[in-house]
Design a protein around this ligand. Sequence first.
Ligand SMILES: NC(=O)c1ccc[n+]([C@@H]2O[C@H](COP(=O)([O-])OP(=O)(O)OC[C@H]3O[C@@H](n4cnc5c(N)ncnc54)[C@H](OP(=O)(O)O)[C@@H]3O)[C@@H](O)[C@H]2O)c1
Length: 338
Amino acid sequence: MSDTKNLRVLLAKRPQGAPTAEHFRFEETQLPEPSEGQVLLKILYLSLDPYMRGRMSDAKSYAKPVELGDVMEGGTVAEVVESRSEAFKPGDIVLSHSGWQSFAVADAKGLRKLDPATVPVTTALGIMGMPGFTAYSGLLTIGQPKPGETVAVAAASGAVGSAVGQIARIKGARAVGIAGGPEKCAFMRDELGFDAVVDHKAADFAERLAAACPDGIDVYFENVGGHVWDAVMPLLNEFARVPVCGLIAQYNTPEAKEADRLPALMRSVLTRSLSIRGFIQREFMDQRRQFYTDMSEWIASDRVRYREDIVDGLRNAPEAFKGLLEGRNFGKLIIKVA
Ligand SMILES: NC(=O)c1ccc[n+]([C@@H]2O[C@H](COP(=O)([O-])OP(=O)(O)OC[C@H]3O[C@@H](n4cnc5c(N)ncnc54)[C@H](OP(=O)(O)O)[C@@H]3O)[C@@H](O)[C@H]2O)c1
């Protein structure tokens, strides 16, 4: 290992709009040395997630930004190559939060051991990890879907949205998936079993959505904002619940000036008794154990399916990340680092 280098992707510049290659910098350094209680990890897979766009900005948010010159943050699946902890031995596969780099040192106490014999280890970054848990906790705690109700979800072929639609069906609701393009729509209908699918890129999207929701919408799981929200809002039923999970349409244009729709929104909240509630998945951590139990069972019984979009090579991470914010990914976006 002595001549092996650590390839790291640093935040070079804060983007104003869409991130591009100039906002990242590659650097090769010596391998870090683990101290007592730590392990040296070789990163196998890196998760790319929309929240990373927020970390590139220094605008006030729910988490601290990545500092300029620091390694980009991110969830990872890694192999222990050297251990100074009783809890891990070389060869163990773990879930860590090591960021955009090929090696890292981590405290053993922050790691979770993965069992490659049960499910593919990449699922710890997707359906069995943070995105799957976001869908589970946000939908069940805030959305509370009931049998026969209509649950609509946007970015529905993606990591969070695909789980939302399938869990809604498990709870007896009717799932309406919204995604960009015919390929993603066909996947949601034919592979994931959504009851109806609507392409948000269609010129008559709002009319198609209304036709797909003849009884209105009881739960709208918000991942997107923008024109999708505009089409959903008039369809929300009395007492509808809206878990606000993400607003990806706005991440690259935080300062965009839009018409003031607040009075119309507040009127709808009042006259239709709407519940609109934002959340960050970590607030529901106490549900994590139940999530693992339920989700493993649903995957094993083929009631939940998932799709991963795996891109080869850490050097391709910036371009793949840009694509995530433009809808170029198809399923949970993961970088194969080694
Ligand atoms: N609150 C939390 O704790 C939490 C945790 C995890 C994720 N999230 C949020 O959940 C959402 C989904 O995340 P994910 O990881 O599952 O990503 P994803 O759905 O796998 O990928 C992002 C998708 O967003 C859609 N999209 C991008 N720009 C859009 C636009 N302008 N209009 C409409 N759709 C657009 C694209 O799908 P189409 O091609 O279908 O348009 C794209 O593939 C994000 O908003 C993310 O920030 C929140």
